[in-house]
Write a protein that binds this ligand. Structure first.
Ligand code: SF4
Length: 421
């Protein structure tokens, strides 16, 4: 039974909003997941799921101030303040798995949220207004990469009547930009302390920075192990570990999960256990994947032996943080993102990934409404053509199943595989 079947069975067929607010839901769910430990191929995935249930319970049961953030905001600040972070884009993925996406998207449409906007945010809007998400005590958002998040989250903050803090990130990486972002991060941190009536705890803040560095180290170890060929983890499985990258830096639990995953990968490599019986091609995946049931990875990895050896979202693009200068180094992290500034930077990073992971081809999942990932693709395609690297731009939607066309998707993938194998 997968996690969503399990969730549905515990929450009842008609998913009631109040089930999310009952401690029994999380108690039963945790017990059920804990009992299934030995059925998990990756114990790190089991650990991650338990951590996520605990974090969801804290947010839905309002065990402390819940702060909504978009996935590019540096969460070290939130863990350092001891608040409960809640990423609506990540929660939208869970809503998709629970089968409540259709109704929530309809609600967003009814509220005049443009169908042109990214469906992660449309879905989050619908889930929130339908009462599926925990209400925020404050909302923080970074302006870099995603142009939908600032508008979507500001509207949500206004709807709930809570403070909204926007981190304005310039497209330059010079000293002035660093100071500008660092000053804002400090300002947002102490504004949260004031508006949420928190007690500032320097040690806790330092701990979040130390945790972030430790998680980074372990993720680097994971990524090094994934460079070996043949691969010992399928891309479909590895995609399950993106969550800490989007919402977990600064938490001790992310250190634990990446550490465990690195140990498991190392053991598998030494035991020569393979991701698929015969690795025929190695693929790099750009952007996110669809989160509803689909046959994409089944076709690529299990049927064709084309393993997705790395996904762009797991790329470590930043240098370690300096605990002596937390705001300055977090600003440096934000400004280091390879998707920020001229497209040449992302192209360079992707080409480096191709080399490091020995990828034979690239698939970009062009999620509907996401301009940050799709806008500069022509430049990327040109660079890949020069290097003779096959590229597929697969159009679709990560969370809106109604946009999934299984037949057309299979045809495009088969065409790509024919070129590759
Ligand atoms: S998919 Fe693109 S538009 Fe949507 S939340 Fe992510 S970055 Fe923003």
């Amino acid at each position: 039974m997968d996690i969503y079947q399990l969730l549905r069975s515990h929450l009842g067929n008609a998913l009631r909003q109040r089930a999310f607010k009952s401690p029994w839901t999380y108690r039963l769910l945790r017990q059920a997941v804990a009992a299934q430990k030995k059925h998990y191929t990756w114990q790190a995935a089991h650990r991650l799921l338990l951590n996520t249930i605990d974090q969801a319970a804290a947010a839905f049961l309002q065990k402390g101030p819940v702060v909504w953030h978009n996935v590019f905001f540096p969460t070290e600040i939130l863990y350092g303040l001891g608040v409960i972070p809640f990423a609506p884009e990540a929660a939208a993925v869970v809503a998709t798995g629970l089968g409540i996406a259709r109704g929530a998207l309809r609600r967003a449409e009814g509220d005049w949220v443009s169908g042109e906007a990214c469906s992660f945010h449309r879905l989050a809007h619908g889930c929130d207004r339908e009462g599926y998400f925990p209400p925020p005590g404050a909302v923080v958002c970074s302006s870099h990469l995603c142009d939908t998040a600032p508008q979507s989250l500001e509207t949500t903050a206004a709807y709930h009547g809570v403070p909204f803090y926007l981190l304005d990130v310039p497209h330059r990486q010079d000293a002035e930009a660093l100071n500008y972002v660092a000053r804002q991060l400090k300002g947002i941190t102490f504004s949260l302390v004031e508006s949420l009536r928190l007690v500032w705890d320097e040690d806790r803040f330092q701990e979040a920075i130390v945790n972030s560095n430790a998680a980074r180290e372990r993720l680097l170890a994971v990524n090094r192990l994934r460079q070996q060929r043949p691969a010992c983890i399928r891309g479909e499985e590895a995609h399950g570990f993106i969550y800490p990258m989007l919402a977990g830096f600064g938490a001790a639990t992310s250190v634990e999960v990446y550490g465990q995953l690195a140990d498991e990968l190392d053991r598998r490599n030494r035991e020569q256990r393979r991701a698929v019986p015969e690795e025929k091609a190695r693929l790099l995946w750009l952007h996110l994947r669809p989160y509803y049931p689909n046959a994409i990875f089944q076709l690529l990895e299990r049927e064709a032996g084309a393993v997705v050896v790395f996904e762009e979202m797991s790329h470590v693009y930043w240098e370690p943080l300096d605990p002596e200068k937390p705001f300055y180094s977090l600003a440096r992290k934000v400004l280091s993102h390879h998707g920020l500034a001229p497209m040449a930077r992302r192209v360079e990073a992707i080409l480096a990934m191709v080399d490091a992971y020995q990828a034979d081809g690239i698939i970009h999942f062009a999620h509907w409404g996401c301009r940050q990932s799709t806008a500069g693709l022509r430049l990327l395609q040109d660079a890949l053509r020069e290097r003779g690297i096959p590229f597929l731009n697969l159009e679709g939607d990560c969370v809106d199943q109604s946009k999934y066309a299984p037949g057309a998707t299979r045809t495009r993938l088969e065409g790509f595989l024919e070129m590759l194998l």
